[in-house]
Write a protein that binds this ligand. Structure first.
Ligand code: HEC
Ligand code: HEC
Length: 347
């Protein structure tokens, strides 16, 4: 009882005058009961500053643990994460609708924040109100001068899908398989899903010479370092998550735009090809990019419901994989492929 009494006294004695002071400070003695507005007490400068302030608050609540106080990607949890949280000071973003090396659009950042990046520690924050997400975007941009220095890039339009209205996607998938293996040779990094002789047939079909030899472990992804020097694996679509979404539009965006800071190229500008013997004949065109998206999605859909733990490699991913997209309990007898030595090497 005594304690309770004392607490009450504290509240009335200390907090109440403070509150009174604050309100009288901002509106000439009249109290302002509308606390739902962002908290600027009398010295609001501009809407933008307020948005950045609001972003800072939200950032400190939700993002700081991974992306760090100063936005350098070194939050307390970062040490345990692979891939590591993005460093906003460097401002090299990956998943965007803009060409490789260009800054993402606000829409891209919004999508990443709201939906997260599957197969990494980056969660989806769809419970954060739209205004706060805008504030977070504004705040993230304060960490790097690149946002002021670089011109905003144009997003690659996600249009002209010739297969959209067709119920049966088998034509798209078959064409995509031919383009994946024969024209774009995605298997130089990602796994091949066709035999060597099938690949050669596809190469000839695309007016290219058949290949004299193939890389070892053709049916597996080939490790490629990213710009931070981490060894990352292009996803095996039969096994791994794609981070930026698995809808046909998402896949089209990722493939067309490429993934900045990694080996994954921008494809949208290099899809048109002509026959060497007769340049008036088109072998591939931009519509084929849609075919690849349908094909990659068909591979994702073939993913088994659950992979055998013994067949899994953790690689750079933090979660092992369920086709439904849930992480499951770590299985301790599976050795991660990344070692402590690599890990120290990043710092
Ligand atoms: C639990 C750790 C964690 C938290 C919390 C977290 N992130 Fe991330 N975030 C990551 C990781 C890890 C990556 C890198 C994933 C990758 O490379 O695939 C990332 C990447 C990003 C990217 C980069 C996307 C790109 O295209 O490169 C943005 C933007 C981002 N996070 C924003 C946020 C915001 C805003 C918050 C708070 C609302 C937040 N993150 C909270 C772990 C986290
Ligand atoms: C030179 C190597 C290379 C080639 C060629 C390549 N990729 Fe990639 N791709 C990568 C790497 C590396 C990543 C992983 C990036 C990451 O996780 O940060 C990737 C990621 C992806 C993703 C996942 C995006 C996401 O949301 O996580 C898709 C889809 C993809 N590639 C499709 C393709 C297709 C289709 C082709 C051929 C048209 C292709 N790639 C060719 C290296 C390559």
């Amino acid at each position: 009882m005594i304690l309770l009494g004392f607490r009450r006294l504290l509240v009335v004695g200390v907090v109440a005058p403070l509150v009174a002071l604050t309100f009288s400070g901002c509106s000439g003695g009249e109290s302002d009961p509308d606390l739902s507005r962002p908290s600027e007490f009398g010295f609001q400068t501009s809407l933008k500053t307020t948005l950045v302030e609001e972003g800072r608050n939200a950032y400190q609540t939700y993002c700081i643990g991974c992306h760090g106080e100063t936005g350098d990607g070194n939050g307390v949890a970062a040490r345990f994460l692979r891939p590591r949280p993005r460093n906003f000071q460097v401002a090299k973003f990956r998943f965007s609708s803009t060409r490789s090396g260009q800054l993402p659009s606000d829409e891209d950042l919004r999508r990443t924040i709201m939906e997260g990046l599957k197969g990494s520690a980056m969660p989806g924050w769809d419970m954060i109100p739209a205004r706060t997400v805008n504030a977070l975007i504004a705040y993230i941009k304060t960490f790097s001068p690149r946002w002021k220095e670089k011109q905003p890039a144009t997003a690659i339009p996600i249009v002209d899908d010739p297969y959209r209205s067709k119920e049966d996607k088998s034509e798209a998938i078959a064409r995509g398989r031919a383009i994946y293996h024969g024209f774009a040779t995605c298997w130089t990094c990602h796994p091949s899903y066709a035999s060597e002789s099938e690949i050669n047939a596809y190469l000839v079909m695309m007016d290219k010479p058949a290949s004299a030899g193939f890389r070892p472990n053709l049916m597996e992804a080939d490790a490629k370092p990213n710009q931070e020097g981490e060894v990352i694996y292009p996803p095996d679509f039969h096994r791994d998550f794609v981070r930026a979404g698995g809808s046909v539009d998402d896949l089209y965006r990722s493939i067309a735009a490429g993934i900045s800071g990694t080996a994954m190229p921008t494809w949208v500008d290099s899809m048109v090809s002509h026959r060497t013997s007769d340049p008036s004949q088109v072998v591939t065109n931009t519509a084929d990019l849609w075919a690849i998206a349908y094909y990659v999605q068909s591979l994702i859909l073939e993913r088994p419901a659950r992979l055998e733990p013994k067949t899994l490699a953790v690689r750079e991913r933090t979660h092992r994989i369920y086709a439904e997209g849930e992480a499951f309990e770590p299985v301790h007898d599976v050795e991660p492929m990344t070692t402590d030595e690599d890990f120290e090497g990043d710092d």
